[in-house]
Design a protein around this ligand. Structure first.
Ligand code: HEC
Length: 118
């Protein structure tokens, strides 16, 4: 390429670069946790009655859960099972079935990633 380059030549060189950058941004955005969506699902399911991000209520804080599962390869699977099978838990001393979440697969995945990233 000779200098000075025309603006058309510049566009030809830069277009693929810009496309790659935009694609990268889009991929990043879809991998990120949707905090608002997660909070909506947690509220609708009354999870917030027993859980908060950083305070223990009847259930452990999400920070505590994230801390305990950090770096474990089966962390997502563990929470998926916990939230879909209703295991027995102790709520203020009394045994009861844990709430089974009502959510789409995508919403549940987002909620799990939200909890694990607190
Ligand atoms: C009636 C109170 C109550 C409600 C409602 C409730 N939980 Fe829990 N949750 C608990 C208790 C108690 C535990 C502790 C279980 C244990 O450690 O044995 C727990 C544990 C958890 C854990 C940690 C699991 C683990 O393996 O470490 C997560 C995550 C969780 N709950 C998420 C949720 C979500 C999401 C909802 C809403 C769909 C929800 N909880 C609704 C009481 C509740």
């Amino acid at each position: 390429m000779k200098f000075p380059v025309s603006s058309q030549q510049l566009t030809q060189v830069l277009a693929p670069v810009m496309a790659a950058v935009l694609l990268g941004l889009a991929a990043n955005a879809s991998a990120a946790v949707d905090v608002d969506a997660a909070n909506g699902v947690l509220k609708k399911n009354n999870c917030t009655k027993c859980h908060s991000v950083d305070k223990d209520k009847s259930g452990p804080s999400f920070k505590k859960t994230a801390e305990a599962l950090k770096g474990k390869p089966d962390a997502e699977a563990k929470l998926h099972k916990h939230l879909t099978t209703g295991p027995m838990v102790k709520v203020d001393g009394a045994e009861e079935k844990h709430k089974v979440i009502v959510a789409t697969d995508a919403e549940l995945k987002n909620v799990i990633e939200y909890i694990l990233s607190r």
